[in-house]
Design a binder for this molecule. Structure first.
Ligand SMILES: *[C@@H]1O[C@H](CO)[C@@H](O)[C@H](O)[C@H]1NC(C)=O
Ligand SMILES: *[C@@H]1O[C@H](CO)[C@@H](O)[C@H](O)[C@H]1NC(C)=O
Ligand SMILES: *[C@@H]1O[C@H](CO)[C@@H](O)[C@H](O)[C@H]1NC(C)=O
Ligand SMILES: *[C@@H]1O[C@H](CO)[C@@H](O)[C@H](O)[C@H]1NC(C)=O
Length: 440
């Protein structure tokens, strides 16, 4: 049984180990969230220049260069657009589904059901600086994915995006459940008219991981993570998929025992004598490296791999377990906040590991894309469930959820990005197709 840390109920929490790991968990999460209190500085613009050749989704032919003074910029022609840099603008037409028209919304993200009073957070769309990002068109999406398959690989935020996608597509049709297991963490859906298959694979650490003490009290919060071992629950399964979206985040802030070459290498916040202290960044970097290595080494995999970047949390006025909450009802403008601290560090690690993976993949004709949602998501402190992910009297560990996303809500925009990128792939492959057909 696997649970997201913040899905632990309080009774379960009481079963936690008496001292070390529990405290460690609180401390680490606390540290993580502490770094996310917004400060008011202009964005440095790193998201738009770093690794621009692979990270920016270009709407048209890219013609960018960088200066070598360490402060490189994309030189933007008017035919090119970085869709990930922009602002949220009002959209009175949203939302495009509700909790009444879509059954796929996870209960803890069904903010309408739990009486969230302000529904203004649904009424925004992402406006890239230099172009328009079309609102998700479900007909177009299904047409592009006709006869194809798409897998989400990750944790509960990954599932959050998949459920958003099912809801956005529900204007056309609902999928049929064709799961091969009863396990809710490994769902498979099929859209018969389009022969489109959608799947979700639960792997919050991306690599092989086990609870440290399977015979001990359940969900102690301490996991053994085998940083150099593929996770067999998803790696062989994705071989047949045309598109794979991987992501990871908050689980790396839990106490973790890190293994490499089968040996205990050290730990993050385990408070065990004689065990080397390692940072969460150590684990995060290696987990991504191993996950990408797994993907790049699958002999029959021909899919396009997306890295969906880090999803920021928005606790303010306290830590997650000390009354911290997310009560804003409007997005930030890009000049009002910036990614920093842990969020920035995790994001940078993703960029670096993505670039390594991209280079390695290219050697055997595999492509990787960056679904670079972090900046747009950072600007949405208003889109979390807060206390509207459960009934007021319900005992839940994360009373104010400033981690996941209400549906409908901001991460519907992640699927706007996804569709735009898939359309971009079509544009890219058109000359290639012409070329191939000329030769045949
Ligand atoms: C949907 O939200 C409404 C409030 O807007 C609530 O009364 C209803 O129970 C919810 N329905 C479901 C199926 O969650
Ligand atoms: C449906 O798509 C799969 C690939 O996802 C393909 O193998 C299969 O032949 C397709 N079925 C039909 C009936 O077109
Ligand atoms: C830690 O290492 C020291 C020195 O090697 C040893 O004396 C001690 O017993 C070890 N403690 C544990 C819990 O293994
Ligand atoms: C952000 O920019 C807007 C207009 O672009 C301006 O009105 C606002 O004062 C700026 N906010 C900050 C904190 O600089």
């Amino acid at each position: 049984m696997k649970l997201h840390p913040i899905e632990l109920s309080s009774e379960k929490k009481a079963q936690c180990l008496a001292n070390g790991p529990k405290i460690a968990f609180l401390v680490t999460i606390a540290l993580l969230f502490l770094t996310l209190i917004p400060l008011y500085y202009p964005l440095p613009g790193y998201a738009s220049f770093q690794f621009s050749s692979s990270s920016s989704q270009k709407v048209s032919s890219p013609t960018h260069s960088s200066t070598d003074d360490g402060d490189s910029k994309v030189v933007t022609s008017d035919r090119e657009c970085d869709i990930f840099t922009g602002e949220w603008v009002p959209n009175p037409k949203a939302p495009y589904y509700t909790n009444a028209t879509c059954w796929a919304i996870h209960d803890h993200q069904n903010c309408m059901k739990y009486g969230r009073p302000d529904l203004g957070f649904m009424k925004w769309r992402w406006k890239p600086k230099a172009c328009e990002l079309p609102i998700f068109n479900p007909f177009q999406f299904l047409e592009i994915l006709r006869g194809k398959s798409l897998a989400f690989v990750g944790d509960s935020i990954s599932r959050n995006q998949m459920q958003s996608l099912i809801c956005l597509l529900s204007r056309v049709m609902y999928p049929v459940d064709v799961s091969y297991t009863q396990d809710e963490y490994f769902k498979r859906w099929h859209y018969p008219t389009y022969n489109f298959t959608l799947a979700t694979f639960w792997t919050p650490y991306l690599v092989k991981a086990k609870e440290a003490d399977p015979n001990g009290p359940p969900r102690t919060g301490l996991f053994n993570v085998y940083l150099d071992e593929f996770n067999e629950e998803w790696t062989p399964q994705i071989e047949q998929f045309d598109y794979v979206i991987i992501s990871a985040g908050i689980w790396f802030s839990r106490p973790t025992m890190y293994y490499e070459k089968g040996q205990l290498k050290g730990c993050y916040y385990c408070f065990k004598e004689n065990v080397t202290d390692l940072s969460m960044y150590y684990g995060y970097r290696r987990a991504f490296r191993t996950a990408f290595k797994a993907i790049n080494s699958l002999p029959n995999y021909k899919g396009l791999t997306f890295l969906r970047t880090f999803s920021p949390e928005h606790f303010e006025n306290g830590l997650w377990n000390q009354g911290g909450n997310c009560l804003r009802t409007k997005p930030f403008m890009s000049n009002e906040t910036q990614l920093e601290g842990r969020g920035l560090e995790l994001y940078m690690i993703q960029m670096e590991e993505f670039n390594i993976a991209e280079r390695e993949g290219r050697k055997r004709g595999l492509h990787h894309r960056l679904l670079d949602t972090t900046q747009a998501t950072l600007l949405r402190p208003d889109g979390h469930p807060s206390s509207y992910g459960h009934w007021p009297n319900e005992k839940v560990t994360l009373y104010n959820d400033c981690v996941h996303w209400c549906l409908p809500g901001p991460i519907d925009g992640w699927n706007d990005f996804l569709l735009e990128m898939l359309k971009g792939e079509g544009r890219k492959s058109f000359p290639a197709r012409l070329h191939t057909s000329n030769r045949s």
